[in-house]
Design a protein around this ligand. Structure first.
Ligand code: C2E
Ligand code: MG
Ligand code: MG
Length: 711
């Protein structure tokens, strides 16, 4: 035995072996088991490939199902075992390199395609067989006149030996003869069938056209017909068949007999029902699953005018904690108990309960008065959760949050309704849980964009949807442009340009701020290098880049910054990192260490939005900061004339303190010339604001700097 790990081909072979072992015993074939395995191998390969193609091709699954019929696996048990085999082993042996959940879902869809292909192929094959037999029967009749005995013997042989049921009746419907296979299928004896008439064999599930076709045939207006038909057996069970009835004419072409050929499809039908059940029900709780629920919701939403729907979307509070502390088996038992209780809450006509997955359930009510009913339904569900659930001798207290959506049919799609319910449920959860909330379109809209933005963020960076605008920093003394602050924006494919306030908090929350911040830093430093190359004589152009608190604590901050500066070949004093005052309040030495390292290298650190937090001016000495950026609120108070004297005094005080600590002062939000003048008199060094320029593309800065250098 080799110690090498198996390659994909070995694993595929292993799957084919398991499959052939499962199916071989129920297959009537003259092949040996290994020979039979060779027949299944190409089918296994098709399944494996179909599992991995980008868009799942159901035709492949159907072809494999048909292939089973070709390989003589026509016993219903063969399909059932194949299904089990694909279910249990396909992903295991042929899908180790992918998202397992996705692969499982694909394997399930392949199984259904296989079952469909199998049923179709079997039907076609039976039809072909039936046609061959009717042809033989007709031929036998045709030659009756010439060689009655010989042909009759031949027909007898076919008649008795056939695996399918055959019966002959006259045109009045009197049964003349049936073969052994038919008797076995019906569970009847020859005596019991004698004297019976075809017309007695009606069944409640007969398709409407069944008996019209029959009438047409016995009147000589049609040669044959084919239907799926059920018969009642003497023991009360149903026999399902594929039935073909042909008209037999005498030598002159006059209708004489009818010939029925039937194949027993009862088991296959049961298997299909089982497959359908499995595809639409949750294995753990037996409740309808997501697929089933979507079908029902779709139906409810496309109902006639006047009809309404109400939906309760339930998520258990703290289920994960139960699962983690008591184990999955206990968690499962809890879910089963909850499922039972929920089911008991929705028993009226038009009501249903389903499990969407995990600890998420939905209850649906439909009809004309769901406005009232849905609240009652939610009440019943909350009440059903009150009694503790006992699992492994423990009494577990279960709580849940419910999002309710109610409305008229015909306005929304199932996906929209479910999304709204999901968002509402989260609202109930964030309000503390153990409650229900009603969907509210406005709250939905807010949450959708928030939720949507969060999920779209990671790909936005890969797709290059971010860009940077630059806002000049102007020297108050001589009005020259000294640099710019980099301000990031997101060009969202649906929502257009979004400002940083919309997405920076989300990026901080998800951790994306680190790669995003690195990208901003790199772009900005590259831009600064370009400016330096162009306007060398206009004085050094500096770039201010904002840092989030999360970036401050990220261990790669210093190294990333050094790397970028080196790669771009610019000196550290080109860069100024802006950190908000609030991020540094109460900062300990560990937090300040990376900033201190950067400051020692020559990178400027600015204290952004200064004056908005709770500032301990004495603390400033301790920080590795060289610039104070006075918050916009100070500038704003200078808009009216005359400015508030107290504010002026404060700014004056801050400026003189800053200068005594060797800190430069930049002011933000300068919107008028009067403000600029006032701030200059107060001793501020640099200014930034709409008065000079709004944030814009880097070329804007070229123009400003040029005007400045030449003017
Ligand atoms: P900030 O660093 O205080 O940036 C200044 C903000 O004031 C910018 O808003 C700018 O557009 C705005 N502004 C400039 N001049 C005026 C004016 O004359 N009047 C008024 N009313 N506003 C003015 P923006 O671009 O929306 O940025 C908001 C905040 O987002 C920034 O505040 C900064 O904290 C953060 N931010 C921006 N880019 C980044 C980034 O790349 N990384 C991180 N971590 N944060 C960023
Ligand atoms: Mg800033
Ligand atoms: Mg600021």
């Amino acid at each position: 035995m080799s110690a090498e790990p198996d390659g994909p081909e070995d694993r595929l072979r292993r799957f084919a072996t398991i499959w052939s072992r499962a199916v071989f015993p129920v297959t009537s074939t003259s092949l040996t088991r290994p020979e039979f395995e060779e027949q299944l191998l190409p089918l296994a390969r098709r399944l494996s490939q179909a599992l991995h193609t980008r868009t799942l091709d159901a035709d492949e699954g159907r072809a494999v199902g048909a292939g089973l019929v070709t390989a003589h696996c026509t016993d219903p048990e063969a399909l059932s075992r194949s299904m089990d085999c694909v279910h249990a082993y396909l992903v295991l042996y042929c899908g180790e390199d992918g998202d397992q959940e996705d692969l499982r879902a694909r394997a399930a869809r392949l199984q259904h395609a296989m079952a469909a292909g199998y049923a179709q192929a079997l039907r076609e094959r039976t039809l072909a067989e039936q046609e061959a037999i009717s042809a033989a029967a007709l031929k036998a009749q045709g030659v009756v006149a010439q060689a009655l005995h010989a042909s009759e013997a031949r027909f007898r042989a076919v008649f008795e030996g056939a695996a399918i049921g055959i019966g002959i009746a006259d045109l009045e419907g009197n049964i003349l003869q049936v073969n052994g296979a038919l008797l076995r299928m019906f569970g009847l004896t020859d005596q019991m069938i004698r004297g019976r008439r075809v017309q007695e064999w009606t069944h409640p599930e007969d398709a409407p056209q069944t008996w019209t076709l029959y009438d047409e045939l016995v009147r000589g207006e049609r040669e044959h017909y084919h239907v799926e038909k059920a018969f009642s057996r003497p023991d009360g069970t149903a026999l399902w068949t594929n039935l073909t009835v042909s008209l037999l004419r005498d030598a002159d072409g006059n209708p004489q007999y009818q010939l029925a050929l039937m194949e027993d499809t009862t088991e296959r039908r049961l298997l299909n029902l089982r497959l359908r059940y499995e595809a639409t029900h949750d294995a753990l709780t037996g409740l309808p699953n997501r697929t089933f629920f979507f079908e029902r919701l779709e139906k409810a939403l496309s109902a006639a005018a006047g009809q309404r729907f109400g939906l309760c979307y339930l998520d258990l509070d703290g289920f994960k904690a139960i699962n983690d502390s008591l184990g999955h088996a206990a968690g499962d038992r809890l879910l089963v108990e909850i499922a039972d209780r929920l089911q008991a809450c929705a028993t009226a006509p038009g009501e249903m309960v389903a499990r969407l997955g995990g600890d998420e359930f939905v209850a649906l009510t439909t009809g004309t008065s769901t406005e009232r009913e849905v609240d009652e339904l939610a009440e019943r569900i909350m009440n059903a959760l009150v009694t503790p659930v006992s699992v492994d001798g423990r009494e577990l207290l279960v709580r849940g949050s419910i999002g309710i959506v109610e409305g008229p049919a015909g306005e929304r799609t199932p996906a929209e309704v479910l999304r709204s319910a999901d968002i509402t449920m989260y609202r109930a959860k964030s309000a503390g849980g153990n409650r229900y909330e009603l969907a509210d379109e406005e709250a939905d809209a807010r949450a959708i964009t928030r939720h949507g933005l969060t999920t779209a963020l990671p790909t936005a960076l890969e797709r290059g949807e971010f860009f940077i605008e630059y806002q000049p920093l102007v020297h108050l003394g001589d009005g020259s442009v000294r640099g710019a602050e980099a301000l990031v924006r997101w060009l969202h494919p649906q929502h257009g340009v979004l400002g940083p306030d919309r997405f920076i908090p989300l990026a901080e929350h998800t951790g994306l701020i680190v790669p995003l911040g690195r990208w901003v830093l790199e772009q900005s430093v590259r831009q600064a290098r370009e400016w330096r190359e162009r306007y060398d004589d206009a004085g050094p152009m500096r770039i201010n880049v904002n840092l989030s608190p999360c970036q401050l604590t990220h261990p790669g901050l210093v190294q990333d910054t050094v790397d970028i500066l080196e790669r771009m070949g610019v000196p550290p004093d080109v860069l100024c990192l802006e950190v908000t005052e609030s991020a540094l309040i109460g900062a300990d030495d560990d937090l300040l260490k990376p900033l201190r390292r950067l400051a020692e290298m020559g990178v400027d650190i600015a204290l952004d939005d200064f004056g908005t937090g709770y500032s301990n001016l004495a603390n400033l000495r301790r920080l590795p900061v060289s610039i104070l950026k006075l918050d916009r609120s100070f500038t704003q108070s200078m808009q009216q004339f005359p400015a508030d004297p107290v504010d002026l005094k404060i700014v004056e005080g801050i400026v003189s303190l800053a200068h005594s600590l060797d800190l430069a002062v930049t002011v933000e939000g300068v919107e008028t010339g009067a403000q600029a003048e006032q701030l200059r008199i107060l001793g501020c060094d640099t200014a930034q604001g709409w008065y000079y320029a709004r944030p814009g593309p880097p070329e804007r800065l070229h123009e400003l700097a040029l005007v400045d250098a030449t003017g």
